[in-house]
Design a protein around this ligand. Structure first.
Ligand code: ADP
Ligand code: MG
Length: 336
């Protein structure tokens, strides 16, 4: 959002060669493979890709919320401190106060028998025990106002609110301890189209007003297109293309990113979660990845050499923002 702030200071989030593998009864399932990603204050970085490509695994790993059966390697730096090696005390502080997550299911995450004001207050009273009761009440009121909820919402129960209002409550909760980074994992997927647009507007406005950094995750490119500054497209656990949102959506380098952006779905189309229109087949089974490029079996441009080795994510052009455009494809520089 704010180009001037994208190249100064310590990044809010830095993933370095992050890999996450789940132990399953049928063997190791590498859900995230060697991901590098940087998010700075004032910018929205999108993460796109079909269902199952590792987006939620990436999100939960940032706050070490992944299940016990996940093996994680690499580094996750939150404001310079590695989340993967920090002690529980620091980790508790980092959750909510450095970064927080907004998930898709606002319906299911709120406690149906507690007033929403009390639920928004909870992270404040837990993480900032010295804050007095009156101040907590005032902060909750401000938070609910900030996310556009009508006055008096604090006293309501979740069932008295619409789906969009409940998602606003979730966003207020995520902001409660004044984090600098918000990770929003499919934050609008359960909502209808009009409400989706309102929630995206709200998120974009919060990034601007509070100078936050945001990772916005969606299978739906139409959700990412308007809001993101830069976008990472994931396939089979890897980032296969990275660059300025306009470049990736307008003129993708990687055949998978191009298929996704060509199939630009209607906002909210549930079918868009799975194979994009015009792209045959399914993503590979992560437990038995094909040799070479994992997209080759579905790729209309695949040649023999694509099956030799997995192509590294490498610069192929200069982006409209002046930064290198990255793609993991040996044919990315060609005209096709
Ligand atoms: P996305 O959010 O892009 O849909 P996920 O991160 O949820 O992708 O899943 C990536 C892969 O990891 C999928 O193959 C999924 O089945 C697998 N996976 C996710 N969570 C677990 C888990 N707890 N145990 C084993 N496999 C998992
Ligand atoms: Mg997901």
């Amino acid at each position: 959002m704010n180009a001037a702030s994208t190249d100064v200071g310590t990044p809010l989030l830095e993933l370095r060669d992050l890999s996450v593998s789940y132990r399953t009864t049928e063997g190791a399932l590498p859900a995230v493979r060697g991901v590098d990603l940087t998010v700075r204050a004032g910018e929205v970085v999108g993460v796109a890709g079909e269902s199952g490509c590792g987006k939620s695994t990436l999100a939960t790993t940032v706050l070490r919320l992944q299940p016990r059966d996940a093996a994680v390697t690499g580094e996750v730096l939150l404001a310079g401190a590695d989340v993967l090696t920090m002690g529980w005390g620091d980790l508790r502080a980092a959750r909510w106060a450095d970064a927080s997550i907004v998930f898709q299911g606002a319906l299911h995450s709120l406690n149906p028998v507690r007033r929403v004001g009390d639920q928004v207050a909870e992270p404040i009273t837990l993480h900032e025990p010295t804050v007095g009761e009156d101040e907590v009440t005032a902060r909750v009121r401000d938070l609910l106002e900030q996310v556009g909820l009508p006055e008096g919402s604090a006293r309501r129960y979740p069932h008295q609110l619409s789906g969009g209002q409940r998602q606003r409550v979730m966003i207020a909760m995520a902001l409660a301890c004044r984090p600098k980074l918000i990770i929003a994992d499919e934050p609008t997927t359960a909502l209808d189209v009009m409400v989706q647009a309102q929630i995206l507007d709200l998120l974009a406005q919060l990034v601007r007003d509070l100078d936050l950094g945001m990772v916005l995750i969606s299978h739906d490119l139409s959700v990412l297109a308007d809001v993101c500054d830069r976008v990472a497209v994931m396939y089979a656990g890897r980032v296969v293309e990275f660059g300025a949102a306009d470049d990736v959506f307008g003129d993708a380098l990687h055949p998978y990113a191009r298929a996704l952006s060509r199939a630009f779905p209607r906002i909210g189309d549930p079918a868009a979660r799975y194979a994009p229109a015009g792209l045959a087949g399914d993503p590979p089974d992560l437990r038995s990845l094909p040799h070479g490029c994992s997209f080759a079996p579905r790729c209309p441009l695949a040649i023999d050499r694509c099956r030799d080795a997995e192509p590294p994510l490498a610069p192929h052009a200069t982006g409209s923002d002046g930064n290198p455009r990255l793609a993991a494809c040996i044919r990315a520089g060609e005209q096709w």
